[in-house]
Design a protein around this ligand. Structure first.
Ligand code: F6P
Length: 359
């Protein structure tokens, strides 16, 4: 049996432990009857045939290693079916199908997030046996309660808020911590709650800057000189939410500040005179070792993927529902986002504590 493995899209913690989970379970079960091929840099390696045969020892000692031993890249789904001159009029999809045929892969194991799953589904629709694993620090993949990488990123972002808390308290300052997440706010919501933020702003709930200011002023009046705002990089104001896509893009393009947090900081200062500091941990949130939860989750996902390969259950993504490992069809996952519902349990809990969601 020949298996090709690739990691695609933005990296996150747990990619290596997931690869290890799949590979070790396959080698343990099939011994010499399985050959695993590592495809370099995600779909790029599949398009260009940048592939190497792996050995069991390649998957040893990587449980705690951050990043991905296979490398990764972002390959836009939109370009997959465009004929390209460099390929003599063939598409990237054609090239990937040719590579699969050349290597006689019995299955492709694909580790990725949203964009990756659209292409994984496309490959499956074109006759390739695919088993996929849900990765992303954003936890925004449809069809699974949890993606791996998310809990590790929550730990890091929480730690940032904890550290900011102590300096904010000492100086009586207001701080904004900008958390990753362009389209969805799971990471900001969880880090904000676990770090004890006073205001949490996420893309799904457009904020009212006057409401945010009144929260800060009320806290000050009540003797709390410091405040912490956890703000998603994709947070938007209620005025922006009312704009068309085109207007929004133009408004953001003309924004003089480098990110939404700096703009918000300026707006708050203009309105209240309060000094604001901004901290952006950025890609730090995707780095380093997976937390214990992600090590266990990736081991469960990886071994389940191996089981699916053994049972020839293709065209599916491994998932977790109510703490049970299961799987969902790729066509159900592709192209859908799991966003934060404004009445979800976490938001109800945050509101019950008096945390402001900026409205
Ligand atoms: O999807 C993971 C993620 O880290 C998002 O949270 C973030 O918006 C984006 O990737 C950043 O992308 P890049 O690594 O290409 O800068």
């Amino acid at each position: 049996m020949k298996i090709g493995m690739l990691t695609s899209g933005g990296d996150c913690q747990g990619l290596n432990s997931a690869l290890r989970g799949v590979a070790k379970a396959l080698y343990y079960r099939f011994g010499k009857d399985v050959e695993i091929y590592g495809i370099r840099d995600g779909y790029r390696g599949l398009i260009y045939g940048d592939i190497q045969k792996m050995n069991p020892k390649d998957f040893s000692g990587i449980l705690t290693l951050g990043g991905t031993i296979l490398g990764t890249s972002r390959q836009s789904f939109k370009t997959m079916c465009t004929p390209l001159e460099e390929f003599g009029g063939k598409t990237k999809l054609d090239k990937m199908l040719e590579t699969c045929k050349k290597y006689k892969f019995d299955c492709l194991v694909i580790l990725g997030g949203n964009g990756t799953h659209k292409t994984a589904n496309l490959l499956a629709q074109n006759g390739i046996n695919v088993v996929s694993l849900p990765k992303t620090i954003d936890n925004d993949l449809w069809g699974t309660d949890m993606t791996f990488g998310f809990q590790s990123a929550v730990d890091i972002a929480t730690n940032v808020i904890d550290c900011i808390h102590s300096t904010a308290t000492s100086h009586g300052r207001v701080f904004i911590v900008e958390v990753m997440g362009h389209k969805v706010g799971w990471l900001t919501l969880h880090a904000g709650i676990s770090g004890g933020a006073d205001v949490i702003l996420i893309p799904e709930i457009p904020y009212d800057v006057d409401k945010v200011c009144s929260v800060l002023q009320k806290r000050k009046k009540n003797g709390k000189a410091f405040s912490i705002l956890a703000v998603a990089e994709g947070a938007m104001s209620k005025e922006e939410a009312a704009m068309s896509k085109k207007e929004f893009k133009a408004a953001r393009a003309s924004m003089k500040e480098p990110s939404i947090s700096y703009r918000l900081a300026n707006e708050i200062t203009e309105r209240t005179g309060q000094e604001i500091r901004v901290t952006i941990p950025g890609h730090f949130q995707r780095g380093g070792s997976p937390c214990a939860y992600d090590r266990i989750l990736t081991t469960r996902f990886g071994t389940a993927a191996a089981e699916m390969i053994a049972n020839k259950q293709f065209g599916r993504m491994v998932a977790i529902h109510n703490n049970e490992i299961t799987s969902v069809p790729l066509e159900e996952v592709a192209g859908k986002l799991k966003t934060v519902s404004p009445d979800c349990d976490e938001i109800r809990a945050a509101k019950a504590l008096g945390i402001s969601m900026g409205i």
